[in-house]
Design a protein around this ligand. Structure first.
Ligand code: GLN
Length: 457
């Protein structure tokens, strides 16, 4: 009830939610009964949770921020949603996002932007700005997000929250409306590292419904976070500072770099060892990503064909199947989605495949090798989570390239499938806005991120 009251009080300004769950109090009562009976109780039983609108929910509309899915209620729950319900968590509602998770500011949502609770004139990051703003504004204690190129970590950075992109295959993608299937991961958005670990333990682990789900058992991430708070937990931990992502001339705001260095010093004082590492191909990550992602997205979004889901627009006088499809996609998709579908279709076309998609895949391999050699010299890598603090709403919305540059530090982890965490690193001295620090670990070593994150927190 407290969270519903808070939503009623502030969401008119923040606009974190697209839909509030009318059955939240019933679910809360069921959780209370379960606690009273001591029946299958988990630490998160009864804890309310906000759910990014990209995740299918059987009892609430799931639009992925797009008009084309207006009012669509899926016939099933995403695995991650089913798992939070099974733990007795209480869905509060669905959160705003850039359309089909394409964007870094939540301004590309068909339903209007979300505002950053730190300064309502600024963006909350994207695509998962709704989940991050809900957590930052105390409209939810915890949330689910998805991260294809940074959509959990960059909103975390600019709203002062914690966000984790798990190892690719660590959390099921079943029921997560696909953007780019080889990059997408679902993960936690929280206020503390321990909360993120608790939620990761609930949503993670093998799912036979996702063919890329890793079948192995995972350690407890909540335990890894608890371990991080103990004296000496990072003693001897080698933290690789990525040289290519640590200087002003590389596009970083001075205050972001200042807080980054201070956070690293704190860890050094706790016994961690800083090593400078090079990742020479990271500078090509944005270029490769913005070919691979549109290519996969153009294929994934082909299913929005006016027949199977959501909206249908029939041209005056009827029209052929193709004309209905074209009219529906014209009216249902926003400009950024159209831009990427066209780019992706072009990059995949027979005559250009090798020049664009093929080259981008080769760059992806080089980035994976950069991670491989860096992790021979260190246990985790560190970068700022985003190049700047939250920018003003409207500042970059008409300039796709400026928008894409926000993903500088987050994209490499998606291209390599490795896990990443963003956590608060203080406020930038020049504008008083939150700064995030990112740690990345080798694939399947997500536990290290929780330990180092909790040690810093
Ligand atoms: N900003 C990135 C993009 O626009 C990230 C998207 C995401 O992680 N869903 O593609």
């Amino acid at each position: 009830q407290a969270h519903l009251d808070r939503i009623a009080a502030v969401d008119g300004d923040v606009h974190a939610y697209l839909h509030v769950n009318a059955a939240a109090l019933e679910a809360a009562a069921a959780a209370d009964a379960r606690r009273a009976a001591g029946d299958g109780v988990h630490p998160l039983t009864g804890v309310p949770i906000a759910i990014k609108d990209v995740l299918c929910t059987i009892d609430m509309p799931s639009t992925a921020g797009s008009k084309i899915l207006e009012g669509w209620v899926p016939p099933y729950d995403a695995t991650t949603v089913a798992r939070v319900r099974a733990a007795g968590m209480v869905p509060l509602g669905k959160t705003n996002m850039d359309e089909f998770a394409m964007g870094s500011s939540t301004e590309y949502s068909a339903w209007g932007p979300t505002h950053n609770p730190w300064d309502l004139e600024r963006i909350p990051g994207g695509s998962g700005g709704g989940s991050a703003a809900a957590v930052a504004a105390f409209e939810a204690p915890i949330a689910l997000g998805s991260d294809t190129g940074g959509s959990i970590r960059q909103p975390g950075a600019v709203t002062g929250t914690v966000g984790v992109k798990p190892t690719y295959g660590g959390v099921s993608r079943y029921g997560a409306i696909a953007l780019a299937s080889s990059l997408d991961q679902v993960g936690p958005v929280t206020r503390t590292v321990l909360d993120a670990g608790l939620l990761h333990d609930v949503i993670g682990g093998h799912d036979p419904r996702d063919s890329t789900s890793i079948p192995d058992a995972w350690p407890s991430f909540a335990e890894a976070a608890r371990a991080g708070t103990r004296e000496g937990s990072v003693k001897g931990l080698r933290i690789g500072v990525v040289e290519e992502m640590s200087r002003e001339e590389q596009g970083f705001q001075p205050g972001v770099l200042q807080r980054f260095r201070e956070s690293l010093e704190l860890l050094e004082r706790q016994g961690a060892e800083l090593v400078e590492v090079n990742a020479p191909h990271f500078r090509y990550a944005i270029a490769a990503y913005y070919l691979i992602l549109p290519a996969e997205a153009s294929s994934n979004l082909a299913k929005f064909d006016s027949v199977r889901f959501g909206m249908r627009v029939t041209p005056p006088g009827g029209g052929t199947v193709e004309e209905v499809m074209a009219a529906t996609r014209e009216a249902g998709f926003g400009p950024e989605v159209k831009r990427r579908v066209i780019l992706g279709t072009y990059a995949l076309s027979a005559g250009y495949y090798d020049a664009y998609y093929g080259s981008a895949q080769k760059v992806r391999t080089l980035i994976q090798r950069d991670f491989g050699s860096a992790f021979e010299r260190c246990d985790v890598l560190a970068t700022p989570s985003a190049p700047t603090t939250a920018f003003k709403i409207g500042e970059k919305v008409d300039d796709p390239l400026a928008m894409y540059l926000n993903d500088l530090t987050t994209i490499p982890a998606n291209l390599a499938g490795v896990p990443g965490i963003s956590l608060p690193s203080g406020l930038a001295p020049e504008d008083g806005l939150p700064v995030g620090i990112q740690f990345m670990a080798p694939a399947r070593q997500d536990a290290r991120l929780y330990t180092v994150g909790a040690a810093l927190e």
